[in-house]
Design a protein around this ligand. Structure first.
Ligand code: ADP
Length: 485
């Protein structure tokens, strides 16, 4: 099968979140399964910088018409990596900027135009460079591809049989713009209705993708259910519910070449499920890195690595920080984000310097040290489409304490001390009291060393690599293609 990815991010070229990890990791897995995969990305300044010398253009100029002018996009041949062909949509006035989506917390004012151009250029480039069996488009930035294919390009004989699959990585980001966008992007006003692209008098890119794609996926089974409800659907629940039968939840995979305590280059020592000795060394190294050397061996260390955002559940953590400080535990936290939560952590550490420490920055090496050196990992998210850190934690024998939402619910199984089954601790309601009860449960379990070792090993044995998810995506592509024939 030929599959074309269109996305606004991919590791290692341009990343702001989990979307980039999926677009970086899934295509090579599909190639391993015998498929041909092409990835289109915008030619951002940071990608341009990676290319030595002049870019090699596969297509010099594609005309993308807007209401009162044309823009012109080139297609840069980014070459092949791991068998995957990369193309970059070049339009310097739209993409040759420092950031991907906006600066100083404000979105670029022309984002509708930027990503509409990207979508149209991908379609036009495909006509010249190869129309795939499936366009796999990601998030709102690429969601207009299915809309164009079912409107502007409906009668194009070479595109007619191409199927579309849209993956929603986070339903909270939808790309909402004023109604006049319809006209500026040369769409017929007929699609500006509440059962197509309109939502509360806004032109909504993601909604268009949901309505016009052949099949939909999101990044966990639980999140697929949740976004069909008012609580998590971000006002898309209506259209998502209508398409419930076409919506599949497929977990993101973990890149175990990067996240494996047996070989991880960031660690002070290596360890395996059979020989956990190295984890004690990692713990000492971690406590040293955070200046918490005095924490006793019998005191559990809770790790946090996160964007500091309300989504990640810090609203309920904020309510119990003093209760936690009274308990026999230590906390090491790494994150950046909302100044309110940054200050919450700073204040917490300031009041309890012997047991709570925080570093406010982005630091990949330290994230690895926390995964390895902590005893428990806290992730009480308000919502979590998939989540990666809880899966990393499992592999590192660091027991996750999570809220039962999205991918956290799908990947963590509650520990049962009697049967010796389960991989972590999981609570339901978004409520500080429920979180505290769950943490207390974990602290009690920690005191039983044999049981705890069993719990660690249960998690370490789980396999959340990409090979399973890649096969699930292929099944979705096959179904989408079948519907077209
Ligand atoms: P999200 O994509 O919603 O932020 P995920 O759990 O899916 O959450 O992925 C977050 C990724 O970013 C993980 O790889 C995590 O280790 C990393 N990360 C988040 N904050 C930091 C930080 N301050 N320093 C290093 N890595 C971080």
């Amino acid at each position: 099968m030929q599959i074309t990815f269109a996305a606004s991010e991919s590791t290692p070229l341009a990343k702001t979140g989990g979307l980039a990890d999926v677009v970086g990791a899934l295509p090579p897995e599909l190639v391993k399964l015998g498929h041909q995969v092409t990835v289109y990305l915008p030619f951002y300044a940071r990608i341009r910088r990676l290319i030595e010398g002049e870019p090699n253009y596969a297509v010099r100029s594609i005309t993308v018409p807007f209401r009162s002018y044309n823009r012109f996009a080139g297609v840069v041949d980014g070459g092949k990596r791991d068998g995957v062909q990369y193309f970059f949509v070049d339009c310097p006035e739209l993409f040759d900027r420092k950031e991907l989506y906006g600066a100083a917390g404000v979105d670029y004012a022309d984002n509708a135009e930027r990503f509409a151009l990207f979508c149209r250029a991908v379609i036009e480039a495909s006509k010249l460079l190869g129309v795939p069996n499936v366009f796999h488009v990601h998030d709102w930035q690429a969601a207009l591809i299915p809309v164009y294919l079912r409107t502007t390009y409906l009668d194009d004989p070479v595109l007619r049989s191409a199927a579309t699959v849209l993956t929603i990585h986070n339903a909270a980001y939808q790309g909402k713009f004023p109604p006049v966008t319809t006209e500026q992007l040369l769409f017929p006003w007929e699609i500006f209705t509440m059962d197509q692209v309109e939502q509360f008098d806004r032109f909504n890119f993601l909604k268009g993708g949901v309505v016009f794609s052949d099949l939909l996926t999101t990044v966990s089974r639980k999140y697929a259910e949740e976004i069909q409800t008012a609580e998590f659907g971000e006002l898309l629940e209506g259209v998502l519910l209508k398409r419930a039968a076409d919506l599949h939840g497929i977990l993101n995979g973990v890149d175990y070449t990067q996240w494996n305590p047996a070989v991880d280059g960031h660690l002070a020592a290596h360890y395996t499920p059979e020989n956990l000795e190295g984890k004690r060394i990692c713990r000492a190294d971690l406590l040293h890195a955070f200046g918490l050397e005095k924490v006793a061996d019998t005191t559990p260390v809770i790790g946090i690595v996160s964007r500091l955002a309300t989504q990640k559940g810090f609203g309920i953590v904020a309510k119990i920080v003093e209760e936690l400080a009274d308990r026999d535990l230590a906390v090491v936290a790494l994150g950046t984000g909302d100044p309110y939560y940054e200050n919450l952590f700073r204040g917490w550490a300031f009041r309890h310097p012997a047991t709570v420490a925080v570093q406010i920055r982005y630091d990949d090496a330290l994230a690895h040290k926390i995964e390895a050196g902590a005893d428990m990992f806290l992730m009480p998210s308000l919502y979590e489409p998939c989540g990666l850190n809880q899966m990393y934690s499992l592999r590192y024998g660091t027991v996750p304490i999570v809220r039962a939402t999205g991918g956290l619910d799908d990947t963590i199984e509650e520990w049962d001390a009697v049967k010796g089954t389960g991989t972590g601790f999981k609570f339901e309601g978004y409520d500080p009291e429920a979180l505290l009860i769950e943490i207390d449960r974990a602290l009690e379990a920690f005191r039983d060393r044999r049981g705890w070792t069993r719990l660690m090993r249960n998690g370490m044995a789980r396999d959340y690599g990409w090979s399973g998810p890649a096969k699930e995506y292929v099944r979705v592509y096959e179904e989408a293609v079948q519907r077209k024939t």
